[in-house]
Design a protein around this ligand. Structure first.
Ligand SMILES: Nc1ncnc2c1ncn2[C@@H]1O[C@H](COP(=O)(O)OP(=O)(O)O)[C@@H](O)[C@H]1O
Ligand SMILES: [Mg+2]
Length: 235
């Protein structure tokens, strides 16, 4: 079985008029199934640019990217849509929930677009909410939930598609310490129990400590890549 993610010499260059920004400058790396990877680095170092390429939301200026054996640049529109909708789940700093829409309906949304019956949408969304500790909160609106609970709804929404990979760009960036720990415990459990490969961006060492591998990005390059074996139960 090949690597889940293979990047070879990825460059991303943004041109704004006469100004050229080299957001990624030759990133090469491989990520295996089942890893929990933390990406750290200063603001503007290229972390989100890299995540967007990994998530097939953006394409590199140069270089190659293979996702589960598929060379993304050569994939058809249908193949890409399939990858984005089924293989990858996204979690963002700002939760990106739909306001005045219940937790259950927010979590159902990816399944609605897939054309599942309403009954099945609800059952799967309710199961995903229960998986993140929100059983009983199905009918709350985002405004009636704490930040940590809103982020858990966003994780449930990502989980209903049973993705192989979860991409989380600063998932705890807007949360207090305790909610951040709850979110990381959920991600850690999804990684260990369900085998979901997780790649997350964070500024905080305490959050990165949950990962089995830490990457440090500086000026568009990976300057450090180290394994961080954490014995179970030691956190
Ligand atoms: N759409 C864009 N157009 C122009 N420049 C961009 C764009 N997105 C990001 N950049 C620039 O690319 C660099 C890396 O940005 P980003 O990947 O968002 O960094 P990070 O997530 O590490 O803060 C920054 O200099 C940023 O200003
Ligand atoms: Mg960013």
């Amino acid at each position: 079985m090949g690597m889940l993610i293979v990047c070879q010499d990825l460059w991303k260059i943004y041109r704004l008029g006469d100004v050229e920004v080299q957001a990624l400058r030759g990133v090469s790396l491989e990520i295996a199934r089942g890893e929990l990877v933390a990406i750290m680095g200063a603001s503007g170092s290229g972390k989100s640019t890299f995540m967007n390429i990994i998530g097939c939301l953006d394409s590199p200026t140069r270089g190659s990217y293979w996702l589960d054996g598929l060379e993304v640049a050569r994939a058809s529109q249908d193949e890409l849509a399939e990858v984005r909708n089924r293989k990858i789940g996204f979690v963002f700093q700002n939760f990106n929930l739909i306001p005045r829409t219940s937790a259950l309906e927010n979590a159902q949304l990816p399944l609605f677009y897939r054309g599942l019956s309403l009954r099945e949408q609800r059952a799967r969304a309710a199961a995903a909410l229960a998986r993140v500790g929100l059983a009983g909160r199905e009918h709350h609106y985002p405004a009636q939930l704490s930040g940590g609970q809103q982020q858990r709804v966003a994780i449930a929404r990502a989980l209903v598609s049973e993705p192989a990979i979860l991409l989380a760009d600063e998932p705890t960036g807007n949360l207090d310490t305790e909610s951040s720990r709850d979110i990381m415990e959920i991600l850690d459990r999804l990684n260990r129990e369900d085998g979901i490969t997780i790649i997350l961006v964070t500024h905080e060492a305490a959050i990165a400590a949950y990962a089995s591998r830490q990457l440090l990005v500086k000026d568009g390059q990976i300057v450090s890549d180290r394994a961080t074996p954490v014995p179970a139960g030691s956190r």
